[in-house]
Design a protein around this ligand. Structure first.
Ligand code: CMP
Length: 861
């Protein structure tokens, strides 16, 4: 970091005005606030040997000079020994050496002695000025032997010698001393020439290089110089309110974090203390001086907010132990914020992001959900498993465990931290609901928290939050017990059926990882066995068990579990895949096969035909009632999908060992509706009936749109646009133009061009409840996943997590109000309900096209 400061000329100052403090290992609070520095006072506790010696030599020469300006004078009736006016000291120095050309140079050299306390204004009220103010040497103030009498020849010789050798060093220090003097004056006392001087120096500071000239000019008048003497002095503490931003001009500081110790050392040219100002958050770390005599430039918060806050650098990087741990980037203002921008997390290590979140996004208000917090809660399973998150939270909560003596300030800090962890738990449950309770480690942690909150009077206010979380946890556990032993069946054709559920509203039954499912596994000769396994069972176990039952007599390494689709396509499961049965395509079948004999697998005859469903004359069913019940049915399926399932689906459920059964069923339903439309049309030989059906389906799409079931709307319109349907020329010719026009509008709405712009604009105007077109949400997830790395230089790419969370939030938004549709007047409610719950479907495009050809052979030209 040093190199960014190589051109900075503000250097060579000497230490501090603050009192001594403890060693760096046990930092103590800053004892003296240098908020209003006085340029008349020294910046060091004692002069450096070099300046001491220079002061001695100059004084000897002055005293020896017959026409010396150093005289005893009476001021306001009081005798002051050996003092001289600033103007005469300047005259004398200009005459002394040819290297001193100007009065300003000489004044700077005298100020270099003033700032170390070698020379001082007689009343300690003025820095060195080329004016009539009186100054005298420290030696004369002390009145020691050196002060008395005419100097010996020997001393005179030594003084002359020293001046010859050392004056140029003093000469070089002059400009910096002048600058420090200006920077210690109150803003309003800085003259325009002085501001110009400061401005010229600021140009060389790398930490300011991104700022415009006009901003640097403004900074010239508000920068304050601070000097600190002792290593170990605390500049500010983690958790303090942020009041200033600093640039380190000389020396180094340690960045210390509770529970971690020193995480970074900042050097000359580095800046710090911006984070708290930008985020309006408490200090993220304690800053401890690592060396004696550190020099800093300071900008106080009100000026920072006025001048710098909105023009700050685009990227902010925090390091720990030499490695980036958090990268923040400027984002444009959101409405209602008083600044034009704020910083958002771009990437970071999981633990640092959590720490940043706890310290900047919690604690102030328990109200709304912060977007960064929400993104983190929705996506942390990708980069920070629940167990690790709980561990980190427990560490934060117990950050006082190793600290014996606590000052009241420490205690306040620790209590704040505990409060934040409790608030985090509350928001966690709010964001992901029951999923938060699925890990036993989370439940244990919540119980620990509850016990600690009960026992700690400082956490009284948090009791209601903890009770609320406990109640939700108890409700989840009760619900889980009630539904223990839930059982499903995947019929050879159709949707999974719930055989048993303790749920009071069976339609809203969520498929859980330990629910059993009964399904078939075939082998190459089309014999099969029926298995019953929990949903989360791996492909490996299913394979082994099926092979055993089907007496394949091969080791598991020779076998694969594979889906054979109705078109004969095969897709092999990974050994660690879970929720296998629900993941099959509509008419797909599960096979166990010898690896080398995959090619021998053929689909079953029955896979070509329609699935079993209610055979009914569609004409007699009310279209509105169909749309209504389709929407109710799909709402329940949509309701059961957890946002996490989108992540499992996108990253691959085998990465998480988590099931995606509810999402699988919902996606299956989309295909089912789509192929139902096609199947019905191509299996209706009568032209007039087909025409009636097309009209009915267009109306069905219109009702689905009206009910805001866009998933079914897409499925129906896509079904009608399927090649096997769109080629039915005779049928379409007979569709009234009014219907054709409506259908064209629908097709325009599902048009995928410009990334489904038409649909996105349309859906963007809707209010919940609504059922979104789920395949597009999954496409957005996949796009975000495949277009962006999860990890960037060892840090989590949080921008990617944000993109994914946006999509997951769409689902939350769609369900944020419950469905309360006005039911159409029932005509055949029971029949409609059972009809729509399982459609008869052929999903083999080749078969559908052949059937289409059969009902309407291609016209010969
Ligand atoms: P702020 O939170 O205002 O005060 C402490 C400062 O330490 C912080 O701003 C950063 O500027 C600086 N800092 C440097 N490295 C780190 C780090 N790894 N974690 C937190 N703060 C850091």
């Amino acid at each position: 970091m040093n190199d960014i400061f190589t051109n900075c000329k503000l250097k060579n100052g000497f230490g501090p005005t603050v009192q001594a403090s403890a060693a760096a290992t046990s930092p103590t609070k800053r004892p003296l606030s240098p908020d209003h520095p006085n340029p008349a006072l020294p910046i060091t506790e004692t002069p450096s040997p070099a300046m001491n010696r220079m002061g001695w030599a100059l004084r000897i020469l002055l005293v020896a000079d017959n026409s010396s300006c150093l005289k005893d004078r009476k001021v306001s009736g009081k005798l002051i020994r050996k003092c001289a006016p600033g103007t005469e000291l300047v005259d004398w120095l200009v005459n002394l050496s040819p290297i001193v050309h100007t009065r300003a140079q000489a004044a700077g050299m005298w100020q270099a002695l003033v700032e170390e306390g070698v020379l001082a204004h007689v009343n300690k009220e003025q820095p060195f000025k080329d004016k009539c103010f009186l100054y005298r040497f420290r030696l004369d103030e002390e009145g020691g032997t050196a002060a008395a009498g005419v100097p010996q020849a020997e001393d005179l010789g030594a003084a002359n010698e020293h001046i010859r050798e050392g004056l140029s060093a003093l000469f070089q220090r002059g400009p910096d001393a002048t600058l420090r003097m200006i920077l210690r004056k109150p803003s309003h006392e800085r003259t325009s020439e002085e501001l110009e001087l400061v401005f010229e120096e600021l140009v060389h500071i790398a930490a300011l290089s991104h700022l415009s000239t006009s901003i640097k000019r403004e900074l010239s008048s508000i920068f304050v110089f601070e000097a600190h003497a002792q290593a170990g002095t605390i500049l500010f503490n983690q958790g303090d309110e942020g009041r200033s931003w600093y640039i380190l001009l000389k020396g180094s500081v340690d960045v210390v974090i509770h529970g971690k110790g020193t995480v970074a050392t900042l050097k000359t040219g580095d800046d710090f203390g911006k984070l708290a100002l930008i985020n309006d958050a408490p200090r993220a770390a304690t800053i401890v001086l690592k060396e004696n005599n550190c020099h800093l430039l300071r900008v106080d918060k009100e000026h920072f907010n006025r001048i710098l806050r909105d023009v700050e650098a685009n990227t902010l990087r925090l390091q720990e132990h030499g490695k980036d741990v958090l990268v923040l980037e400027r984002v444009a203002k959101q409405r209602g914020q008083h600044s034009a921008f704020k910083y958002t997390v771009m990437s970071g290590t999981p633990a640092k992001m959590l720490e940043h979140l706890l310290e900047t996004r919690l604690g102030q208000s328990v109200g709304g959900m912060d977007p960064f917090l929400d993104d983190f809660l929705l996506t942390h399973i990708v980069f920070m498993p629940v167990v690790q998150l709980v561990d980190e939270l427990a560490n934060y909560f117990h950050c006082d465990a190793h600290e014996d003596a606590q000052t009241p300030e420490d205690r306040e800090y620790i209590i704040n931290f505990k409060k934040r962890v409790i608030q985090f738990m509350q928001k966690w449950v709010m964001a992901v609901r029951h999923a938060a309770f699925e890990e036993p480690s989370v439940c244990d942690f919540i119980e620990d928290l509850a016990a600690e909150v009960e026992a700690d009077p400082d956490l009284n206010e948090e009791t209601s939050i903890v009770h609320n979380v406990l109640t939700q946890m108890a409700r989840y556990q009760e619900d889980r017990n009630q539904n223990a032993g839930q059982k499903w069946k995947l019929p050879p054709n159709g949707q999974p059926i719930c055989l048993f559920s303790g749920n009071a509203t069976p339609s809203k039954t969520v498929i859980r990882p330990d629910d059993d499912i009964i399904f078939r596994v075939y082998c190459a000769d089309h014999t099969y066995c029926t298995l019953r396994f929990p949903m989360h069972t791996t492909a490996e176990l299913i394979k082994a068990c099926a092979a055993d039952k089907l007496q394949l007599n091969r080791g598991p390494e020779d076998l694969v579990l594979v889906e054979v689709k109705s078109n004969g396509e095969r897709s092999v499961f990974k050994d660690n895949d879970v929720s296998i049965p629900t993941g099959l395509s509509l008419n797909g079948r599960l096979f166990v096969s010898v690896k080398d004999h995959l090619d021998a697998l053929t689909q079953l005859q029955e896979q070509e035909g329609p699935t079993e469903g209610v055979d009914i004359d569609l004409e007699i069913l009310s279209t509105k009632e169909l749309a209504y019940h389709i929407t109710l049915f799909e709402w329940d399926l949509f309701w059961a999908v957890h946002e996490y399932e989108l992540l499992y689906h996108t990253f691959g459920r085998h990465h998480f060992g988590k099931i995606t059964a509810n999402l699988d069923v919902f996606l299956r339903r989309f295909n089912e509706v789509q192929y139902w439309i096609v199947t019905e049309l191509v299996s209706t030989p009568s032209l007039s009936k087909r025409v009636g059906l097309v009209r009915k389906f267009i109306k069905l799409a219109a009702y689905c749109k009206e009910y805001q079931n866009l998933n079914a709307f897409f499925a129906v319109v896509m079904g009608l646009s399927n090649m096997a349907v769109s080629r039915l020329q005779q049928t379409w010719e007979k569709i009234p133009s009014k219907f054709r026009k409506i259908f064209q509008e629908f097709e325009a709405l599902i048009d995928p061009s410009r990334n489904h712009r038409a649909y996105r604009v349309f859906v963007g105007k809707l209010q919940p409840p609504l059922i979104p077109f789920m395949p597009l949400l999954l496409k957005d997830m996949t796009f975000a996943h495949e277009g962006n790395k999860t990890s960037l230089d060892g840090l989590v790419n949080f921008e990617k997590m944000h993109m994914m969370a946006q999509t997951m939030r769409t689902i939350r938004f769609c369900r944020s109000r419950s469905l309360g549709l006005e039911p159409p007047s029932p005509k055949s409610e029971g029949e409609v309900r059972s009809y729509i719950s399982s459609f008869r479907v052929i999903d083999n495009q080749r078969v559908l096209t052949a059937m289409s050809q059969k009902v309407e052979p291609t016209r010969k030209l």
